[in-house]
Design a protein around this ligand. Sequence first.
Ligand code: UDP
Length: 338
Amino acid sequence: MKTILVTGGTGYIGSHTVVELQTSGYDVIIADNLSNSSADVIDKIEQITGKRPIFIKVDLSDSEQAASIFDKYSIDGIINFAAFKAVGESCQKPIEYYRNNLQIALNMLENMKRKGIKYFVQSSSCTVYGEPDSNPINEQCPTKFAVSPYGNTKQMVEDMLHFITQSGEIKAIALRYFNPIGAHSTALIGELPNGVPNNLMPYITQTAAGIRKQLTVFGNDYPTPDGTCIRDYIHVVDLAKAHVVAMDRLFEGRNKKNFEYFNIGTGVGFSVLDIIKSFEKTTGVKLNYVFGQRREGDVVQIWADTSLAENELGWKANMSLDQMTLSAWRWQQQMQKS
Ligand code: UDP
């Protein structure tokens, strides 16, 4: 049985990944400071999988606290989710973002070297591509200068991995996520935004639930078929499974380079209005929305070429947009009940 340290494992994508790891036969240690998540998630993971992951509340940006985990536990691989992730906030607090996100990654890599741990999977983002010149975008497309410190930390960790893996002691895979939405089919875990959501899906579900008055669609004058921005939305459970296959690939030595990176999306672009229509259709709830100004920093349209992930990882997303929006709503309703 291999043991995976999942940093940020009580968070949205982290918790779904812990479920998939445990159901695939991995043992999991979660390290999280609970700054943007709740310890209740551990109970929910246990309810879903029948297995309780080890949980350590820790600030991984602190090198002593980080090192203590590696001294106490035997770890075979790491999946690194722990990071500050609010794009807007990162522009207000750039130093905090650089310090936290880079320091956590460095602390993990330093301890991996110290303990001879070889395998690392990094949570990255399609934000590394900036505004694509054409779609779908593949991994050969050059990355562009980031529009936010948050996006820049994702690029910088990828750049660090490129060099840190060159000696061959550490092998790494970065997964460039497109737009994860939805929740687990049990509605026991899902996205728990702190305060007013920045992202579209939780804003929609909170508006439908009456927590927010109205959704503002940021811009309907873009050069797209219906004038709203286009993204590649992916079900969080499909995304979680990509982490398991990436880890399997490293353990089985199927990686072709010491550092690889893959797009993780569905390969299909949907507009903001497509999401609203799917939500209204699957839930039967009419959404109160208005068109507003464009949001600064938004790319017009981006969707993934997923052929590399399909061919190399043997992974493909298989959940539909309707499954995504309906599961997000079930999760919202479940949260209201509890
Ligand atoms: N969006 C919107 N209203 C909101 C939040 C988001 O119209 O309240 C739009 C946003 O402009 C973008 C899409 O929804 O076109 C996805 O935004 P999100 O913040 O979820 O993800 P991003 O792609 O920006 O990381």
